[in-house]
Design a protein around this ligand. Structure first.
Ligand code: TRP
Length: 448
């Protein structure tokens, strides 16, 4: 069977950046900025993305391209020792399970975004009841839109790597940037925006060494670059050997961080504009409101204030969020699908529908038990599974794998790799610095 591959460097970068850019950037990052001291958080996040998350991303991309397989097959290939092979397999499988759970909660939130983007259109047609149904929290609305979003994801994934993932990412990513820039320009013309901009861009240096802020920024960087579950490893496995993997990785990081930065540029000022219009953005204690409240109540309230223009902005904003979420859900579904296709020779289409259906069932289980299950699965997967697995990926790339093999893999797309700055730093970095940082993050999460 012919293995899927991205057809161009641009296609790969768009797809991998599309996997990275999602709710984590457009929703998670701005709200973390808002609740973690504004500019100081931005500064630390930028630092950690390049100095910690980028090296970890490279570990996944290089191993993936070397093995040309999913993590369950790839990690055992890095060693000859049977017990380490088994450990690698276990890490790969734990990653698969984590990814399935992440997708099952992600699809619910993505469904909300999509239903919110339809609301203004429905409103224009005069169907007020339906538009209220779209924006009110209800079992029927949640079920409908979770299923719709999963169906869209399954259809793209069943079409394969170049026809599905690459083709859609190439369309969606540039559209995303365009909508974002337009919205930012518009937002800047509104009263209050400049106060928000200042909060966003001027760091309070006394907060820069605050442990909590550093830990949050680190978690944000890992989630945002989709690390620790073999997702980027799969994307690396579809990258052509001709490409310079080091620069490709930099592009993906720059785009991911850049989009988070742009999203912050929109949302932080938007909050202050909302405050100017009299929307409550601070709670009784004077802290900023929670993230879900922020996006699903504060922003719609703001759009409401803006009259007819507000409906257009609302449509653009939520359509943008839905697109960002879709390029991420396809990357999430690709992980288990690639595993079943490669390890059990199941046709891609069949694998996509079966696994997609199973994950949809998981999603619906969360929808039906929303009160206690939703927050719980988010906490377990993002705060515990991801950091622990991320640690194992770095250990496999840094300690288990032979350095020479890593080097010869990088050399395929860059003859001078052995004398590059990247090669002087990375092997050592991924061995000591990345695991140590992740351990600190994990210990901190456990002790708090
Ligand atoms: N990084 C994406 C975001 O910021 C979400 C995502 C996609 C992800 N694939 C992943 C997170 C794999 C963890 C693991 O929204």
């Amino acid at each position: 069977m012919q293995r899927g591959q991205f057809t161009s460097k641009f296609g790969f970068i768009m797809a991998a950046a599309g996997a990275a850019v999602g709710l984590g950037n457009v929703w998670g990052f701005p709200t973390q900025v808002a609740s973690n001291g504004g500019g100081a958080f931005v500064l630390i996040y930028l630092f950690l993305s390049f100095c910690l998350a980028y090296p970890a991303l490279m570990a996944e991309l290089i191993v993936g391209r070397y093995a040309r397989a999913n993590a369950v097959i790839a990690l055992p290939m890095l060693t000859k020792k049977p017990w380490l092979k088994n450990a690698g397999k276990a890490v790969g499988i734990a990653g698969l399970l984590t990814v399935a759970v992440i997708l099952s909660f992600y699809a619910i939130i993505a469904g909300w975004l999509f239903s919110f983007s339809l609301a203004p259109i429905v409103k224009v047609t005069g169907a007020i009841d339906t538009s209220l149904w779209l924006t009110d929290f209800s079992l029927s609305r949640n079920i409908t839109f979770t299923v719709i979003f999963m169906l869209a994801t399954i259809m793209i994934i069943s079409a394969g790597v170049s026809n599905g993932i690459e083709r859609w990412s190439k369309r969606m990513m540039p559209a995303l940037v365009a909508i974002l820039v337009l919205l930012i320009c518009y937002m800047f013309t509104l009263p209050g925006a400049m106060t928000g901009l200042k909060h966003y861009l001027v760091p309070d240096f006394s907060l820069v060494f605050e442990t909590n802020i550093i830990i949050s920024a680190m978690g944000q960087a890992f989630f945002s670059l989709s690390l620790g579950v073999g997702c980027m490893l799969i994307y690396g496995s579809y990258l052509s050997s001709k490409e310079n993997i080091v620069t490709v990785g930099i592009w993906v990081t720059v785009i991911d961080v850049g989009l988070a930065f742009l999203a912050g540029l929109l949302i932080i000022p938007a909050m202050y504009v909302a405050a100017h219009y009299g929307v409550e953005i601070f709670d009784a204690k004077g802290d900023l409101k929670d993230s879900d409240v922020l996006i699903f109540t504060v922003l719609p309230a703001l759009f409401e204030q803006m009259g007819a223009m507000g409906q257009v902005v609302s449509l653009a904003f939520f359509a943008l969020m839905s697109l960002a979420a879709l390029t991420s859900t396809i990357s999430l579904l690709e992980v288990p699908v690639a595993y079943v296709v490669e390890s059990y020779q199941v046709p891609r289409k069949k694998a996509s529908w079966i696994i997609g259906a199973l994950i949809t069932l998981m999603s619906l289980t969360i929808v039906f038990n929303f009160e206690w299950l939703f927050g719980l699965v988010i906490m377990i997967t993002t705060q515990y599974s991801q950091p622990v697995l991320g640690l194992f990926f770095c250990v496999f790339a840094g300690w288990v794998w032979h350095r020479d093999q890593a080097l010869s893999e990088i050399k395929k797309g860059d003859e001078h790799a052995s004398s590059s700055l990247f090669w002087k730093i990375w092997p050592w970095y991924v061995r000591y610095v990345c695991p140590l940082f992740i351990i600190i993050m994990f210990v901190h999460a456990l002790t708090n």
